[in-house]
Design a protein around this ligand. Structure first.
Ligand code: AN7
Length: 384
């Protein structure tokens, strides 16, 4: 365990390297940062033994030193269930709604808030379409920090707002959408100076989220062939791909899976452009019933583009009606309730089913109980 947690930060654009610090962008060129951890040898998994499932099972690949006080609620270790679907491969769904606040954000927040404490912060902040605010609020409470969450007014699901309130976050409602809320929080942390931003361009958060790849590797006994991920700010797909790339670099798998990013058609800047990077442009007024992914300017789009492209994958988009039908099908055929954004990965799978084979993993990012009001849209669309 000597030297556990050693890492540097590296700009994905200009390659500048930084010692561990609470940076959210490159000081040279403003590019996104990646965390480079010293990877363990191939014997990693044989040494994990009976260590509990979850994010901290993979401590050896996380940028957190031995001495750190870990802020945890027992995140990760989520179910991977098989779905009996008629196609030439095998289908699995990773239920991230199993996490402590009901979404994959907890994997990132446990690392993000642990680092906030280690760096000496008393306050943390984020902009959010809902799940990030719920997660940040819970982990801030757990770590004894103050949380400030900036949300689009009237734009987040009821369960998520309740969570942020219940965990005691300071809530700032912003007129406009998520992209406006993000602008506001960026100004806020700049002016305040003593608040750590924990949106997904904070690279420490993405390190927690990469553990999904390690977990899927263990649950399947190898890498899948495809991973479908709903895309909003495009942090999660980047993080998951990074996890698989590390497994490859450690020498445990031959290649990372093909990554497929699924966006809602009214909020699909990446899917609209792919594969022509020069055609990428933000969507000014993103629209979708899947409020979690109602994002027009994905902050991590360059990271995600590289991840998808180098995996041999693609971005695709699905209509709201397809999302809701997929959500209902998961509930009624399999007894699995996910929120609309999470059903996007299943909707994307159904759209591309004929092109797929091998083992396919759908990432179901959040729990269905987050957004009970969506049932009204099922009836509006004539689904029920
Ligand atoms: C259920 O909470 O952006 O592509 O502020 O809640 O990594 O942004 C949520 C995103 C997918 C997209 N599924 O992930 C927020 C927020 C669910 C989500 C996404 C989100 P990213």
């Amino acid at each position: 365990m000597e030297g556990i947690g050693r890492h540097t930060l590296k700009c994905i654009e200009c390659g500048s390297v930084y010692e561990p610090a609470p940076l959210i962008k490159c000081s040279e060129c403003g590019g996104l940062l990646d965390i480079i951890v010293e990877l363990p040898d191939r014997g990693l998994f044989s040494r994990l033994g009976l260590r509990e499932m979850g994010v901290w099972r993979y401590r050896e690949v996380l940028p957190v030193g031995d001495g750190a006080k870990v802020v945890s609620l027992g995140e990760g270790g989520t179910r991977l269930l098989k779905l009996e679907e008629e196609f030439t491969g095998e289908l699995f769904i990773k239920l991230e709604g199993d996490n402590p606040t009901g979404s994959f954000k907890d994997r990132g927040m446990t690392v993000g808030v642990t680092k906030a404490v280690e760096f000496g912060y008393r306050k943390v902040a984020c902009a959010s379409t809902g799940n990030t605010s719920a997660s940040l609020a819970a982990y801030a409470a757990r770590g004894g920090l103050e949380a400030y969450v900036f949300i689009p007014k009237g734009g987040i699901a009821r369960g998520k707002l309740f969570q942020a309130l219940a965990y005691g976050a300071n809530i700032v409602e912003v007129e406009g959408g998520f992209d406006d809320a993000l602008e506001r929080v960026l100004k806020y942390v700049e002016v305040e100076g003593d608040v750590l931003l924990l949106n997904s361009f904070n690279p420490y958060r993405l390190e927690g989220q990469k553990t999904l790849a390690y977990e899927v590797y263990e649950q399947l006994g190898g890498a899948p062939d495809y991973v479908f991920v709903p895309v909003g700010n495009a942090g999660n797909i980047s993080a998951i791909y990074k996890g698989f790339r590390e497994l490859r670099d450690i020498g445990l798998i031959d290649s990372a899976p093909i990554m497929v990013g699924v966006q809602a058609s009214g909020a699909a800047p990446l899917a609209n452009a792919f594969p022509h990077i020069e055609r990428f442009s933000p969507v000014d007024e993103p629209r979708t019933l899947a409020s979690a992914i109602r994002i027009g300017k994905p902050v991590n789009w360059r990271k995600a583009w590289r991840a998808v492209e180098s995996s041999g994958g693609f971005f695709t988009s699905v209509e709201d009606a397809e999302i809701l039908r997929a959500q209902m099908r998961l509930a009624r055929k399999y007894g699995i309730l996910v929120e609309p954004a999470s059903a996007a990965s299943y909707a994307g799978f159904l759209k591309h089913l004929d092109e797929l084979d091998g083992r396919v993993v759908l990432v179901a990012t959040g729990h269905g109980l987050k957004d009970p009001d969506v049932i009204n849209h099922w009836s509006n669309l004539g689904i029920i």
